[in-house]
Design a protein around this ligand. Structure first.
Ligand SMILES: [Ca+2]
Length: 194
């Protein structure tokens, strides 16, 4: 009984850590192209259905053309992301054939100057069904006022993108305390059982 209660507390604390994704403006392509810019040589169309769900961007790089989509999102548009906080970036992708190497790059900017592109292009082999991908964690650099989100395709593939945004990976301090408490309880339960 006691173990069940502790487990319930741990699960509750874990759930509090997971935060909802915050999409870039029209990151779900519900408005079609919106303010997305085709900055490469691929053929990019905006389907109204077949996304994850609803609309999505279809990037056809067949023939070897680089596919590059770009949109800007201010810190406010991303739910008030703060300088120095840890974030990761997320997007959904599928491959028409499967196996296409495609992904996303994110850049931190202030006015006309790029501050960082972090680890550069983050690429995955697409699957024939929609999957959610997450790029490595980054710390928001000083001076950042907006991010450029750049879904891209590099290998003559044909992929779809949907739900482009961020995932906050560092919980609020209050949640952090709860998480530490949960971790402590979990260790206690394990020790108690062994
Ligand atoms: Ca969508």
């Amino acid at each position: 009984m006691k173990t069940k209660l502790l487990t319930a507390i741990v699960v509750l604390a874990m759930a509090a850590v997971a935060s909802a994704d915050i999409l870039v403006p029209n990151g779900d392509f519900s408005a079609g192209q919106g303010t997305w810019i085709n900055d490469g040589a691929a053929v990019i169309t905006y389907a109204a259905i077949g996304g994850n769900p609803g609309g999505y961007a279809d990037m056809d790089s067949t023939g070897g053309n680089w596919g590059v989509l770009v949109i800007d999102a201010t810190l406010a548009q991303l739910g008030g992301v703060t300088i120095g906080s840890t974030q990761s970036f997320t997007f959904d992708m599928f491959g028409v054939a499967g196996g296409e190497l495609a992904g996303m790059k994110v850049e931190a900017w202030d006015a006309g100057a790029m501050i960082s592109n972090f680890t550069g292009d983050t690429k995955f082999n697409a699957t024939t069904g929609w999957l959610t991908y997450t790029t490595p964690d980054i710390v928001v650099p000083a001076g950042t006022t907006f991010f450029k989100f750049v879904p891209l395709s590099v290998d003559s593939g044909h992929v779809g993108f949907d739900n482009v945004g961020i995932v906050s990976v560092i919980p609020e301090p209050a949640t952090m305390g709860l998480f530490a408490l949960a971790g402590g309880l979990l260790m206690f339960v394990r020790r108690f059982r062994s």
